[in-house]
Each structure stands twice: as structure tokens, then as C-alpha cells.
Design a binder for this molecule. Structure first.
Ligand code: DC
Length: 214
């Protein structure tokens, strides 16, 4: 079984995906981690986020491994470094490059055999368009910025709410307006508005739909 969970930054797709995967006994893959990993390597190597050819080469050369919230690049654990706001921004820029997407989509499809719950922006539209189980999570910009602030707070760091909101809006705009694989709900996706739903309730809703679709 393949379950695709897409949605914008802060919509809860990773937390929900992880729980749904646990309930179904499937592996969970957060595809955003793969874009973050390429962005991190690009920064380390001084590549410009607009240098499509160099970024595509990089994405085709490196060996990525993702497991839950963890990511390894060529065998080294990079988890601690990929969650910063700087990397969120850089990953969104790297995600505009067609060659990078080509390399990562191939790896994502390989990870989908024999079954997976995968979170991202284009899982239902591009990576696994044939699966029956497609979800698109949404929430208002205010709510998503509030969730981001809570995550940062939980790490004992300071967050500026106005700045977070601007970052979320900018990432929404870039991810949904890029020419290759823009973020959008697949025509046959179940759209779930999570403004009034907590994690438990959203997971229950996804599992209920999967049971009905099976
Ligand atoms: O889900 P995330 O916040 O970790 O993703 C970081 C960026 O990576 C996101 O802003 C756009 C890009 N991305 C993508 O283009 N396609 C995906 N399937 C997942 C992430």
C-alpha cells in the first residue's frame, strides 16, 4: 500500500504521516528531508541555488538515506543540520530545479516498493499518481506559523511570529508557483483542513478514509 500525504509547510504532514505509517505497519519517508539534504550539500560546496546544472549533478551523485526524522548523506548522519529555517528556504529553492527533482523522484519511487507512507509536495501528483490513497493537508497561514513557533519554542529557541509568517507565505508562494511539479492537491486527493483538528483527530481521519478506500 502506498499513502501519499502532501501539503504546505506546517500543515502537519510529517507528524501525521509518521503516525499513519505506524498504524499501518509501513515505513515512513519525509521527502522534504531529501530536498533539505541536497540544499545543505549545495551550501557546503558553495553552489548557487540558481545553478541548475551543478545542483542536478549533485543530486544524481549523492547517496541519501532517510528514516523517520533522520537523514544520512553518503553514510554520514546530517539530521542535526537540516531542520534550520535557512535550510527550509534553501530546500524550497533547490526544489525548483527540474534535474534535482528527477533524481529525487527516482529515489522516492524506489523507496515506495513494496509499501510506504510518503509526505511531500508532489507525492500524489508526480511520485505516486496511481495510488488510491492521496491526502492533502491544509491549514491557515496563521495556524501553520503558530505551529512552527511552537516547534522552535520546544527547542528552547526564540521565534519572531511575524517573521515566521512571512517565511511560511514566501515558501507557499514559491512551492506552489514553480514550473516543475508545483505543490497542489491531486484531483482525486482527499483534502483535510486541519485548522480545527489536532494530531490525533487528523490521523484518525486519514485512517478512516484509507479503510473506506481499500
Ligand atoms: O516538507 P519540508 O518543509 O521539509 O520541505 C522543504 C522544502 O523542500 C519545501 O519548501 C519544498 C521542497 N520539497 C519539494 O519541493 N517537494 C517535496 N516533495 C518535498 C519538499
Amino acid at each position: 500500500m502506498i499513502v501519499a500525504i502532501d501539503g504546505p509547510a506546517g500543515s502537519g504532514k510529517s507528524a501525521v504521516g509518521r503516525r499513519v505509517a505506524e498504524a499501518l505497519g509501513l515505513p515512513f519517508v519525509d521527502s522534504g528531508l531529501m530536498y533539505r539534504a541536497i540544499a545543505l550539500l549545495a551550501l557546503e560546496r558553495g553552489l548557487e541555488p540558481t545553478d541548475g546544472a551543478a545542483l542536478s549533478r549533485l543530486a544524481h551523485q549523492v547517496r541519501l538515506k532517510v528514516d523517520g526524522r533522520k537523514v544520512w548523506i553518503d553514510g554520514d548522519d546530517y539530521t542535526d543540520r537540516v531542520y534550520s529555517p535557512e535550510l527550509s528556504e534553501a530546500a524550497s529553492l533547490v526544489g525548483k530545479v527540474a534535474g534535482v527533482r528527477l533524481a529525487l523522484v527516482a529515489q522516492q519511487r524506489a523507496l515506495g516498493r513494496p509499501g510506504v507512507v510518503m509526505a511531500g509536495r508532489d507525492i500524489g501528483t508526480v511520485v505516486f499518481p496511481d495510488t488510491l490513497h492521496k491526502f492533502f493537508l491544509t491549514a491557515s497561514v496563521e495556524e501553520r506559523a503558530r505551529r512552527r513557533a511552537a516547534q522552535i519554542d520546544a527547542r528552547g529557541e526564540q521565534a519572531d511570529p511575524a517573521q515566521l509568517r512571512r517565511e511560511v507565505e514566501e515558501r507557499d508562494r514559491r512551492d506552489s508557483q514553480r514550473s516543475v511539479a508545483p505543490m497542489r492537491a491531486a484531483d482525486d486527493a482527499t483534502v483535510i483542513d486541519t485548522n480545527q483538528l489536532d494530531l490525533e483527530a487528523t490521523v484518525a481521519e486519514v485512517l478512516r478514509h484509507i479503510r473506506e478506500q481499500s
